[in-house]
Design a protein around this ligand. Structure first.
Ligand SMILES: C[S@@+](CC[C@H](N)C(=O)[O-])C[C@H]1O[C@@H](n2cnc3c(N)ncnc32)[C@H](O)[C@@H]1O
Length: 307
């Protein structure tokens, strides 16, 4: 339907109906009006109430996590369980499951990582995948923008650039770090098929999606820890993908954050065609396949129309 045509001439100024000055908000809800009588209590008590609410939410979400585990992991013989993170093997076992799966899907495609930090994950995946896979890492390189599960805002800042991408060249790596500390600029990445989108996701994601959501995503790695950094990306990107792809959560057992974001995303999009492929024994890293009954996505290549 075409939008309604604007009126030929706009009135000069719209009339404003005023009301008497309000000492406190005039809520129409009875509960809100009753709570107003407690408005004299000190602000720190209100803060404590909010924190108690977060704790209650955490207990509730932990119980939901247990249900989730029983329903989608414990009874499913197809789920691959891998050891919980330790210093010897790191998170390689579940990363390898994801890499094997991507290799099965197709030669090329796009991999996105939200929360790139020093770039260790990108480097591992890059080294084990064909060169026609494009990897894109998103990060503000300023550390966590909010406190998370006991860590303060600004934690996990790393070097402030994805220095691990220069790991094969220790001398050059030192130069890159020294140059970055002096100028705040880092040189071109050594890997031509890795791209970095700097900034808060709220800034970098609209920029990245200016030409639309890629139609050949193989895997999205969520490693930004926070609910506020995970849910918008799930809604914005994953809500628009109608083909088979993978999601790897790095802190899925952080129940008020990645786990909650996942449940809410499923609910929002009424998504039921997904399955857990692999999980660490403690449920921190979880690999999920979405749209399991569909084919993997394909990049739109100019000139292949009707081919
Ligand atoms: C756990 S680290 C990522 C680790 C990384 N994947 C690796 O392999 O080393 C989390 C990162 O998420 C980033 N981050 C979290 N929320 C963000 C947001 N909303 N926008 C941009 N970066 C964010 C932080 O800056 C931090 O570097």
């Amino acid at each position: 339907m075409p939008p309604p045509a604007p009126p030929a001439e706009l009135p000069a100024e719209l009339p404003v109906v005023t009301a008497p000055r309000a000492r406190r908000p005039r809520h129409t809800g009875r509960g809100r009006r009753m709570l107003q009588h407690l408005g004299w209590l000190p602000g720190c008590l209100a803060g404590r109430l909010v924190r108690a609410g977060i704790l209650l939410e955490k207990i509730g979400n932990t119980l939901r996590f247990e249900h989730f585990w029983r329903r989608h992991l414990a009874k499913n013989p197809d789920v691959v369980f891998v050891p919980t993170f330790n210093k010897q093997i790191g998170k390689h076992p579940i990363w390898n499951v994801a890499i094997n799966r991507i290799r099965e899907m197709a030669g090329d495609g796009t991999i996105l990582e939200f929360g790139t930090n020093n770039g260790g994950w990108l480097k591992y995946f890059h080294e084990r995948l064909p060169e026609d896979i494009t990897l894109v890492g998103f990060d503000c390189f300023e550390g966590l923008p909010e406190s998370w599960d006991g860590l303060p805002r600004g934690a996990i800042k790393g070097y402030g650039l994805p220095l691990e991408l220069w790991r094969d060249d220790p001398t050059h790596r030192e130069q890159v770090l020294a140059e970055f500390r002096r100028t705040g600029i880092w040189p071109d990445l050594p890997q031509p098929n890795i791209r970095i989108e700097s900034g808060l996701f709220a800034q970098s994601l609209p920029r990245f999606l200016a030409d639309g959501v890629p139609q050949d995503i193989r895997l999205i790695h969520f490693d930004a820890d926070l609910y506020i950094s995970t849910r918008p990306v799930l809604d914005t990107i994953c809500g628009q993908l109608g083909y088979r792809y993978l999601i790897l959560f790095d802190e899925f057992y952080s129940v008020n954050h990645e786990f909650r974001a996942w449940l809410e995303f499923l609910d929002l999009y009424k998504l039921d065609d997904w399955r857990v492929l692999a999980s660490s024994e403690d449920g921190s890293q979880v690999l999920i396949e979405v749209n399991t009954r569909k084919d993997p996505g394909r990049a739109h290549r100019p000139g292949t129309e009707g081919a």
